[in-house]
Design a protein. Structure first.
Lengths: 621, 586
């Protein structure tokens, strides 16, 4: 049995997968193309063809043993167990029964072990397929799908498949066989009594269906209300200081109690439905026994059936219900897992719009000349973001890109890193068209420092080492020193070995940025791309970052989305972007003299009135 | 264990419901014990002698018993859930109330996530145990004992044969859980690690691409994926024996009962009906036995959860109203720190060390200093978010510890560094400190805070929903809403932490105006980041290493104090600080 996670709000309570509670909490959805999806999911099982065959045999054996047990007991009751009966015959039958049970045990064990392994391997290969796809998808895909959504979808979907393949599938197959076995045994021993006994089956199925629908609706409400409770809780705890400052704790407590109560009520309505179900099934089961005993008794009195058959039938009808319940739950589960598979396959099938050309060659070591040659680009057709952008950056130059939000600054650096391909024109490095070289060789010579440096869960050293995997500890420390990061790292609890939480939890944004810079320094790229952060850090860290940046920019061709006046002033070339076009270009002094858009932006931004000295009205922050 | 026993107090108000549950439980038990008897009589008096009348009458009773069992087991399940929901409801409320009253010291040391877990999953575990598990445990024990008595009285020899399976099942469950449970935890960890890698590759895709680290990431992922698969396969292998084995035990018990019982029937010491009844009792026994086995193992978890819950409920609140605290009347606005020494919990050196400060009503005081110098400690002590270890904080000459927190804080307006908005309408966020404010007052406050303009630009205006599920507002907009929130209180004392602000130039200008408006006619204590605030301040307090090193006006300090020069200079040297993007001008 594989573990089941992230399940219903039952929270750690074990839940019988044939129970109505469980059934009610499976997402009610269907794959659009059930057949294709099912076939494709099955295709993952082809490597395990022989195991699957064996598993089927085992399931069959264990189902057969379940059906044979009561039959043998019934036979013994009829033939030997009566006053002055045949003890030796009883012993023989019991020996046979022991054999049947033993076969059942070994078959069940082998079946669970093998199916579990197949399920795990299947899931593992689905996970690998997902991951390698994620790595090949272009960034355009990630612009449209948020990482958080994607993540929870993938986790959820693989889990649904895991539960179905790992648990439900075996049980369903077992149930089907057991059902067949029982029905067959009943039909053979007394067709008439069997048919009459079956009359409860449709009632059972209809009842299950109706209750599932009710329970599903009730549980939806339960989920919503518990979601409300946690959302409220999260927010209140995060904002507790404000609440205390504004004397709002009591109001917050009342609000919480209200939501808490809504959840209690919703749960009770759901409970009313689910706790009625099992007793009803129970009554129905007794009804079935009553029918067998009553009608069977009548037949027995007539002499049509034997007492042994009757006793066996009582056992059979009692065993009939569980597989029925399981199968009807599993049907919903199968639907949900097909829908989940379909979404996963969609991801795996989504086209990769940016990959290495067939004959792509590695980019040789470059000097760092970067040229945009009439480059146009649109994320959505018809809405160009860049329009015929042309410029050349000489090796070692610093290019500052400025312009209003949405002017296309980020797009320029994304095209340079070949996260996207331009729709027209060409981007060249040392004369090589980026589309003709391999992505890996291009990016190996390029460093990128984004606004908010993404850090991985791992040690500080690991995060810096990300820039060059074979770097020694000494090299890492040297890079950190150059990035002005050594001081704060050395003050961390375990220095460079300090483990960071997810996304660099525990560090301030400024510190994360310093590590991002150290990473880029370690990578020692020829071409550097830098997106200066807009959000501020305290002044000391700010000074450290500026110092680190000037170390980093030195001697490389650098492209900076610039927010700092110092960076802009020192740039060799400023590109002023507006609506996807380069409207002005030149040095700071030249552009100011030009008194165009740049001069205007500059004055408004830094509030320098025309003619006044630049430092006259600085802002402290 | 002690804590688990304490959790029982949450059952106190539910005794009537519990009584009902116990009554239903007994009724179900009676039905469960009687059913096989009537099945037996149906066979012995009806089927064997082929007496249809006897069969039908036994069957009628059986059906009646089934209906009775159905009704009572419904009542039992429903009532138990009700009890357990009541327990969870009370517990959640009590924990939440406690959390919301605990002082800043406590919240500094506990993360939101940790506290959330107490209110959600820990309560859930205890609920499962106290609310349901306990009564179910009793039910199971009573059922098992009842069945055992009936069996022994019917035929003690056969009873012994049947009951022999019980200890074996318990032993199997125990062995299984001790072997497999640790592995479950390992598998859980591996899955967590695998998902972290996936998560990082989704959220950090740009970094991965930028450094061309796809092969590295693939290796990481594949490695962890294989580890996870191996653990899962091992778990599965070990688990694969447990369930077949318990079924085998039940089957062997059945076999023994049929064989020994069969011999007795052959000897004429027992009827067939009794044999069939024994087989039915076996079915009645198995469910509760499994239940007891699994419940027993969940006691440990419940105890741990109970301990964590009571850890919160028992936490000492170090900032509370004194028993005889009085309301602080109308505030004039005189604020004084008298020889205040303050240390954060767990810190090595004091954040404030013998600080004396007197602010007259209506004055604006700017507090300046390096990061970590103690600036924010000063402003946190005035609304009594913390208590100093030594010295006194006085408002209008009264020690803040002698007045009620409500009366003190309602006289103080706060604009904190991280502006937090709550899910809900902008209007409600502005009226947060005064929920009874009229729309006119809210709008007036928003106008004064330079927020009216952008608020009305939203399609829903003041009814625009912000917060987690609402529209995004920028940092500068948030800050202006927070200013409006403080303005609406019309406080005599204003405390403003302005140390970081991520805004562009235009917003900066608006903020400036809003702040000027806010500080007018009040005692204002500001952690200042703006040169204009500093220039307009009546007094600048320069603080370093927890001590006030200088006070005076901007010009005085610039002339006389090197540290002040350094602080100002560090921000002016490069033309400063990230002023905001030239690019964000709209």
């Amino acid at each position: 049995m594989a573990q089941r996670r992230g399940g219903p709000p039952g929270g750690g309570r074990r839940m019988d997968i044939s129970s109505i509670e469980y059934a009610a909490q499976i997402a009610d959805e269907k794959a659009r193309d059930t057949r294709t999806t099912a076939r494709r999911l099955l295709a993952y099982l082809t490597p395990f063809r022989s195991q699957m065959g064996l598993i089927l045999v085992m399931i069959l054996l264990s189902a057969a043993s379940q059906a044979l047990g009561p039959a043998l007991i019934g036979y013994a009751t009829d033939q030997f167990i009566k006053p002055n009966g045949d003890a030796a015959g009883l012993l023989r039958t019991m020996a046979a029964l022991a054999g049947v049970y033993a076969v059942g045990f070994f078959a069940a064990r082998a079946q669970i072990a093998m199916m579990g392994e197949v399920g795990q391997r299947l899931l593992s290969s689905i996970r690998v397929d997902i991951f390698s796809k994620v790595q090949r998808l272009s960034l355009g895909f990630f612009d449209k799908n948020s990482a958080g959504d994607l993540m929870s979808r993938l986790i959820n979907d693989t889990e649904v498949i895991q539960t179905f393949v790992g648990q439900a599938l075996v049980q369903v197959l077992g149930s089907i066989f057991a059902l067949f076995g029982i029905i067959l045994a009943m039909l053979i021993q007394s067709p008439l009594l069997a048919l009459v006994s079956f009359s409860v089956i449709p009632v059972m199925l209809i009842m299950t269906r109706v209750f599932s629908v009710w329970a599903r609706n009730a549980y939806r409400r339960t989920r919503e209300t518990i979601g409300d409770v946690s959302a409220n809780l999260q927010e209140e705890i995060a904002g507790i200081k404000v609440a205390q400052a504004f004397n709002r704790t009591q109001a917050g407590q009342q609000e919480f109690a209200k939501r808490n109560d809504a959840n209690r009520q919703a749960t009770m309505s759901a409970t009313a439905i689910t706790s009625a179900f099992q007793p009803l099934v129970d009554v129905l089961g007794t009804l079935a026994v009553a029918i067998v005993a009553g009608f069977g008794g009548y037949l027995a009195v007539n002499g049509t059936v034997s007492v042994g058959v009757l006793v066996a039938f009582i056992a059979y009808v009692q065993n009939l219900f569980r597989p029925l319940q399981l199968i009807s739950t599993a049907y919903t589960q199968a639907q949900a897992s097909l829908a989940a598979s379909e979404r996963i396959f969609e991801l795996i099938d989504s086209p990769v719009d940016l990959q290495d050309k067939a004959g792509a060659t590695p980019l040789p070591a470059v000097k760092g000349e970067v040229a945009f040659d009439h480059v146009s680009f649109a994320y959505d057709a018809g809405k160009p973001v860049l329009d015929e952008v042309t410029f050349v950056a000489q090796p070692g130059q610093t290019v500052a890109i400025v312009g209003p939000t949405g002017a296309g600054k980020t797009t320029i650096i994304s095209l340079l890193a070949r996260f996207y391909d331009g729709s027209e024109g060409a981007v060249r490095v040392d004369g090589f068209d980026l589309r003709d070289v391999t992505q890996a060789s291009l990016r190996a010579q390029m460093g990128i420092v984004p606004q908010d440096s993404f850090l991985f869960a791992g040690s500080v050293a690991d995060n810096i080492r990300y820039g060059r995997l074979n770097a020694t500890d000494a090299e890492i420390e040297a890079a950190a020193r150059a990035a002005n990061a050594h001081e704060f790292i050395a003050n961390l609890k375990e220095g460079y070995a300090t483990r960071l939480g997810e996304r660099g939890g525990g560090l301030s944004q400024g510190q994360r940025q310093l590590i991002g810079i150290a990473r880029a320094i370690l990578a020692n790229p020829r071409i550097l791309i830098l997106d200066e952060a807009t959000s501020s850090v305290d002044t000391r860290t700010e000074a450290l970052i500026q110092g680190a940046l000037s170390t980093l920019l030195k001697g490389r061709t650098s492209f900076v989305i610039a927010h700092r006046l110092s960076t802009i002033r020192e740039a060799n070339l400023i590109l002023v972007l507006q609506a996807g076009r380069v409207v002005e270009r030149g040095t700071h002094a030249a552009l100011l003299a030009q008194d165009g858009l740049y001069a205007d932006l500059y004055r408004r931004q830094f509030r320098v009135s025309p003619g006044a000295p630049e430092t006259s009205t600085p802002s402290l922050n | 264990m002690k804590h688990l026993r304490r959790s029982m107090i949450f059952l106190n108000s539910n005794w009537l419901l519990m009584l009902l549950a116990v009554v239903s439980l007994l009724a179900v038990l009676v039905a469960n014990l009687l059913s096989p008897q009537y099945l037996q009589s149906a066979i012995d008096q009806g089927i064997t002698p082929r007496n249809l009348e006897a069969i039908l009458s036994a069957v009628r009773v059986l059906l009646l018993l089934a209906v009775m069992r159905g009704v009572f087991s419904f009542v039992q399940t429903y009532v138990l859930e009700k009890v357990s929901q009541n327990v969870a409801f009370d517990m959640r409320n009590r924990i939440f109330n406690k959390i919301s009253e605990l002082s800043f010291t406590y919240h500094d040391q506990h993360q939101t996530g940790q506290l959330m877990t107490r209110v959600t999953s820990d309560v859930e575990v205890i609920r499962g145990f106290v609310g349901q598990g306990l009564l179910n445990l009793i039910a199971a024990v009573v059922t098992v004992i009842g069945v055992i008595i009936v069996l022994i009285r019917t035929n003690w020899m056969l009873a012994l044969v049947e009951l022999a399976s019980i200890p074996i099942i318990f032993a199997l469950i125990g062995v299984f859980l001790s072997k497999v449970r640790p592995l479950f935890a390992v598998a859980q960890d591996k899955l967590g690690a695998l998902n972290t890698i996936l998560q990082e590759n989704l959220a950090g895709i740009r970094v991965v691409r930028a450094f061309a680290r796809e092969p590295f990431e693939s290796a990481r992922y594949l490695g962890m994926n294989n580890q996870l698969m191996d653990v899962n396969i091992t778990v599965n292998k070990r688990a694969s024996i447990a369930f077949p084995l318990t079924f085998l035990t039940v089957n062997v018990a059945t076999l023994m009962v049929v064989f020994v019982g069969g011999l007795m029937v052959i000897n004429g010491t027992m009827t067939i009906g009794t044999l069939v009844a024994f087989l039915s009792y076996l079915v009645v026994l198995i469910g509760p036995i499994f239940g007891i086995g699994f419940l027993a193992t969940s006691i440990g978890r419940a105890a741990v959860s109970a301990e964590r819950v009571f850890e919160v409920l028992d936490a000492r609140n170090d900032v509370e109203d004194k028993p005889n605290a009085r309301a602080l009347g109308k505030i004039e606005g005189r604020v004084e720190l008298r020889d205040v020494t303050f240390k954060f919990a767990g810190a090595e050196r004091p954040a404030l060390d013998g600080v004396n400060l007197l602010v007259q009503p209506g004055q604006t005081v700017a507090i300046m200093g390096r990061t970590g110098s103690g600036k924010s400690s000063i402003i946190n002590l005035i609304p009594r978010f913390y208590d100093p270890q030594k010295g006194q904080v006085l408002v209008d000459g009264t020690d803040v510890r002698d007045v009620t927190l409500d009366s003190l804080r309602s006289g103080i307006g706060l604009v904190l560094q991280d502006t937090i908005l709550f899910s809900g309408a902008i209007r409600d966020n502005i009226a947060y400190g005064r929920p009874d404010a009229t729309d006119e007052e809210v709008i007036a406050a928003a106008k004064a805070a330079q927020a009216h303009h952008f608020i009305t630009a939203f399609p829903d205006g003041y009814n625009t929903i912000v917060g987690e599920r609402g529209v995004g507002v920028s940092g500068g907009q948030k800050q202006r809403i927070a200013i409006a929130r403080a303005l609406l209180l019309d406080p005599k004392i204003l405390i403003l932490d302005d140390s970081t602000s991520a805004v562009d130039a235009e917003t900066e200008y608006h903020l400036q105006q809003a702040l000027d408006r806010l500080m007018r006619d009040r005692t204002s204590i500001v952690i200042a980041q703006r040169i204009s605030t500093v220039r307009n301040a009546d007094m600048i307090v320069l603080i370093d290493n927890g001590k006030i090193v200088a006070t005076g006006t901007h010009d005085d300090l610039l002339r006389d104090n090197a540290l002040y020069g350094e602080i100002v200079d560090s921000q002016l040297r490069n033309d400063g600080a990230p002023v905001g993007a030239p690019t964000e001008v709209k």
